[in-house]
Design a protein. Sequence first.
Length: 200
Amino acid sequence: MPKVLLWDFGNVIVRWNPRTLYSRIFPDPVACDRFLADVCTMDWHAPTDCGVTFAENCARLIAVHPHHEAEILAWHLRWDEMFSGPIAETEAAIEALHARGVVQYGLSNISHETYESTIAMSPAFRRLSGVVASGFEGVMKPDPRIFALCCDRFGRAPGDFLFVDDSARNIAAAEAMGFDTHHFTDPAALRPALEARGLL
């Protein structure tokens, strides 16, 4: 049975979706879909989660799509508008675990430039005893090295962790390293998963 929690951030503790912002910039859903599929894609965004600055990453894309300069820059300048608040079920679980003395950590693919503003979005982040954030480390999930880094930094074996993430790729990578996992797809399923492991 796991002894400690390892939480992803986006869409586990706080809701994040670029469409939350870009549906305001592109009121036409088709235009919004096209922009997010062809211009500001997740593959393009990934380097910022590994330490590349938003300014550098945006400049590269603007060179290819100069007619979308303002919309590309919004990815950075209006970053916080991609969030739609904390996930109440996760906040409640984190508080309940804290009350029981369960140690909790964070593991997130996140830019070093947006880390502080993100953790300010929920008091639940203050319950984490440590965080491994990809933008500071230069390596991101699902690379096995970042899971090994968590073990080294927090002084825990893989089997000590229950890793909670919304990405199937990240869950599979953690399981291959020996972590217990919960694939976060339904907030209502979180507490039963914790109770089944005797954590709550």
